[in-house]
Write a protein that binds this ligand. Sequence first.
Ligand code: MV4
Length: 451
Amino acid sequence: MFQKILVANRGEIALRVIRACRDLGIEVAVVYSEADADAPYLKLADQAICIGPAVATESYLKPPRIIAAAEVANAEAIHPGYGFLSENSNFAQMCRDNNFEFIGPPAEAMHRLGNKNQAKQLAKEANVPTVPGSDGLITSEQQALAFARAVGYPVLIKAAAGGGGRGMRVARSDTALLAGLTSARAEAEAAFKDGSVYLEKYLDQPRHIEVQLLGDQHGNVIHLFERDCSLQRRHQKLVEESPAPNLPEKVRDAMCAAAVRLARAAGYYSAGTCEFLVDRDDNFYFIEVNARIQVEHPVTELVTGVDLIREQIRVAAGERLRYRQDDIRQRGAAIEVRINAEDPDHDFRPSPGVIRTWRPPGGPGVRLDTHVVAGYQVPPNYDSMVAKLLVHQPTRAEAFAVMRRALREFVVEGIHTTIPIHRRIFDTPEFVDGRVDTTFIERVLLPRAKG
Ligand code: MV4
């Protein structure tokens, strides 16, 4: 096992990894930018190393700074958290070239899965269902028009280097398709320096369900069941839960088995997530792999009892998974809401500033993952998430009751947060009944806000 780890991230996930290191008896160093110099979680590490100014491209996103910090700390491994450099295969390779273990998947698997078109080809080879789409990249207008004629409109243009909805265009006619191809290519070229695109049949109001995976360096891969992440706004998730409500067991089992097949085909290890879209007839289609630990990983931790960060560290050190597939059970229901420093009444605009009052909820069945304390200053430079509020109960109905209670207890003053909109979400009958899809927030919740 490692003697010392460097945490190359900030906020709640930095604290989450610091805690995991403590639990494992591993020394831990954490990096920070000038904007985070006073963050209270830094004191919980054995060492904190400043890596530059507030602007992330000069600190958390700068590989040489991270490598230098790992050298200063005399760490053996680097945990990237999520976001920042976590899915950068060049960074993963750079860590290993400098004799630091990257706590994540092999760079080769990250590289291949990072391209959505290549990931989709791999999925097909592994007999994992994919959305009907163009056979590979689009190289001519004729090819695009022929695909649309074959599957029918609407079709979706996707950037191969994209993800999280960037470089996507819906087209409902030949003219829209040709215009969309040009603009999607331009957007992808600007954002990713790769303008390649492919086409898919556009699915109407799909659910977003993802499967948690864990693999070791000895060829063992297991799944830890699914999370429903359908409740999101502009590709930012608001609520995640497990098990996915109203998902037939046969579909769940087939989806989880498919995710494991894909991970094996990719030579994947560490934690990862296989994302699927699920249509109204419960057909599931692979869309992409997230080759990192995700924000919503605690939902799965509550339902399975597995500490995913601890396992991630153990397998990075070369140990075998301590679970076989048969050891993993879904116990009860868990739900997470993301508390962001945003104003839901003003188009979710960021609301940084000093948190004057911070009265977090507690009690049975409640878990709060946060780096925030009263008096904490939310910097304007980074993602606005300030806490993840989770509940775990024997049934989904009981989990909802505890979540309502916790959201009612939670008092934050000094900044705006998404707590009020979560209170409304948990009182909305469609959601209570588990009738969810990716258009829920904009279709059901936001119109009501205006009236
Ligand atoms: C789709 C789709 C409908 N049909 N693909 C959005 C982000 C990227 N991960 C894939 N996305 C979608 N792909 C087809 N063929 C609808 C979405 C989508 C979506 C997916 C997951 C979660 C939220 C979403 C919100 C809008 C659109």
